[in-house]
Design a protein around this ligand. Sequence first.
Ligand code: ZN
Length: 257
Amino acid sequence: MYDMATRERALALHTTGLSLSQVSRSTGISRSAIRAWTTRIDPSPRMTAECPAPSGRLGPTVPSGAYTYLLGLYLGDGCISPERRGVYALRIACGNVWPGLIDTCERTVRSVMPHNATHRVRAPGCTHVVSRSKHWPCLLPQHGPGKKHERPIVLEPWQRELVVRHPWELLRGLIHSDGCRITNRATRTVGGEVRRHEYPRYFFTNTSPDIVRLFTDTLDAVGVEWRTARRASGAVDVSIARRASVALLDARVGPKG
Ligand SMILES: [Zn+2]
């Protein structure tokens, strides 16, 4: 990358009357680079964007509801991995059977990190929504080596404040990533008449005790009743089956996509 003095020298040559091609020949800098500097002399925003979580809190330019939804998606199905030069890639896995969820996820990532490109990488059965920034670990400090269920997942005080403000956004993110809504159907004979009944319920499954606790604490905060069952694998299923609680989730979480 060229330093600012070099950029300014090249632009000065151009403004004093040399064509872009002439400046390019005399400086050895590509014509397209010089042309880009005529509209924006700064290095690309990717390199200079201010930290969206300065001094360990969410900055005022980041929409807090979208962030809290993204936190839920990340805790459910996301990972952050270091790449070169201090850049980190955030990847959120979305099942291909929910195309609406992929769109929502991409929109959300873009609204939280608007200056950086967001793109999709297809894999068997799922699509990864990917965004690269030096600041993903600032925004999602739960980043760390190893799997999430093998390390403690503790929210920072500023993240806990956001969850208190936007509990439904966190629940939406967690259910959209590691949850589902299913309908059990049954028939019952009442007075010689066969009646069909539907029992919708929500499930959330996760292996991290800390993430399960965050989910159930947040359900408690909004008045949704739940039960848990532990699988042989160690994963925990949280089930929400009471009619009033399912109705609350239907109204506030919405379909997966
Ligand atoms: Zn940062």
